[in-house]
Design a protein around this ligand. Structure first.
Ligand code: FAD
Length: 395
């Protein structure tokens, strides 16, 4: 006899755990499966071990998708405030780090514990170390081969996530299931990921590894982020870079303003009046990291002169370069270090209210496997919670 459930959910990550808990608490007999040894592995790694579980400023504009309206319904029906209430109910202390980003005071383990407890309240059956094999569909619903044994359910929820961090169990299973049932899948690429640089530039910037500064970074489509930029031994990272990476395509340039708060033309004019004999290098070091100025001098971008000696042409070239540094990245570090995967299951084939495939009754896609990708800062977990909740109401 084939073991039967109301719902089988594939993937015990953020979306799968939350959906299982909600569905179970609504009285459904839920089986949640994952190929890993423990649930929520990415949650444990997230936010530097403190899990940036949502953001106070969630808005649809903070999500990338070929269909930007798709995320609106779920985000409006289960909001950041709903999830914050649940976190508070579990007695988990949290704080805002910056830009509305909410982190656990203690540890991301608390977030996994919350989700597991909610699953227990819903009497969810959790099976780990489970490999998903063939999936078939008939009038009764779905049959799924798990570690070689068939189980069946009326409904199947795919919450297997994206391709980022294969070391944490990521696999293309969800995209394959979508294709098996005739849904289209947008090509995927790494998002929220550091950039690598071409050889001569990379060597020139090698001494800057570890230097961070506030910057604005603009992509060719005009998207702009003002956050910290970090030089690494491979290229560029830091929040501003991770954010813009989701808007960047191979071959494109970035425009980086290395001094977004001080207009350097005006600054140097004032400095020249006050300290004509000061070196340009020491003057710039008042507003930019000293190591950056030193490297820019070895590259002859910052001339080796005093302020008095700096002529108008030199000044305007220098100011232009620092406010509008053009960089063409070599590529990204790829899925190995990416926080998210862009692209995925085409949302035009899903109901934005229930996450069900329009042409395939009983088949649902939630979380990162769907072509909805948020900014850095808790936006991706909120999409996992909201899409999971919307789905669970409809199961
Ligand atoms: P996942 O959480 O990836 O879960 C998918 C699950 O499916 C996994 O448990 C996986 O093992 C399982 N699975 C995959 N393939 C199979 C298979 N073939 N068989 C069985 N099971 C399978 N977002 C934020 O909002 N805030 C943060 O602080 C944050 N930090 C991050 C830090 C890191 C290092 C990374 C990599 C990501 C971070 N993210 C963060 C993004 C966030 O983790 C994801 O967007 C979110 O986990 C997506 O939830 P999901 O449930 O859709 O997928």
């Amino acid at each position: 006899i084939v073991e039967q459930f109301d719902v089988i959910i594939i993937g015990a990550g953020a979306a799968g755990l939350f959906c299982a808990a909600q569905a179970g608490q609504r009285g459904l007999n839920v089986l949640l499966v994952d190929n890993g040894k423990k649930p929520g592995r990415k949650i444990l790694m997230s936010g530097g071990g403190r899990c940036n579980f949502t953001n106070m400023y969630i808005e649809p504009a903070a999500y990338l998708s070929h269909n930007p309206h798709f995320c609106k319904s779920a985000l409006a029906r289960y909001t950041q405030w709903d999830f914050i209430e649940l976190v508070a109910k579990h007695g988990i202390a949290y704080h805002e780090k910056t830009l509305g980003q909410l982190f656990c005071d203690d540890s991301a383990q608390q977030m996994v514990d919350l989700l597991v407890k909610e699953c227990e309240r819903g009497r969810v059956t959790l099976r780990l170390r489970t490999e998903v094999g063939a999936i078939t569909r008939d009038d009764q619903g779905y049959r799924v081969s798990l570690n070689g044994t068939e189980v069946s359910a009326r409904k199947l929820v795919v919450a297997s996530g994206g391709l980022s961090m294969p070391g944490l169990g990521a696999s293309p299973l969800g995209y394959k299931i979508a294709e098996q049932f005739g849904l289209s899948v947008f090509p995927t690429r790494a998002g929220l990921v550091p950039f690598t640089l071409h050889k001569p530039l990379l060597d020139q910037l090698q001494n800057l590894s570890g230097v961070a500064l506030p910057a604005t970074v603009e992509a060719e489509d005009g998207t702009l982020f003002k956050e910290a930029l970090l030089f690494t031994h491979r290229g560029l990272s830091g929040p501003a870079i991770l954010q813009i990476s989701s808007y960047w395509l191979p071959g494109e340039q970035l425009a980086i303003n290395l001094s977004p708060t001080t207009e350097l033309g005006a600054f140097l004019t004032v400095q020249r009046e006050a300290h004509p004999n000061l070196s340009l290098k020491n003057s710039l070091a008042k507003v930019l990291p000293k190591r950056l100025v030193e490297v820019l001098q070895t590259l002859a971008i910052v001339p080796d002169v005093t302020l008095k000696q700096l002529n108008a042409k030199q000044q305007s070239e220098l100011v232009h370069t620092l406010h509008n540094w053009r960089v063409q990245p070599n590529g990204t570090e790829g899925y190995r270090t990416a926080e998210v995967t862009l692209g995925g299951v085409d949302t035009t084939q899903l109901s934005s209210k229930t996450m069900e495939a329009r042409q395939v009754p009983g088949l649902y896609f939630i979380g990162e496997v769907v072509d909805v990708t948020g900014w850095l800062g808790g936006y991706n977990f909120q999409w996992a919670w909201s899409s999971a909740w919307a789905c669970a109401q409809a199961l």
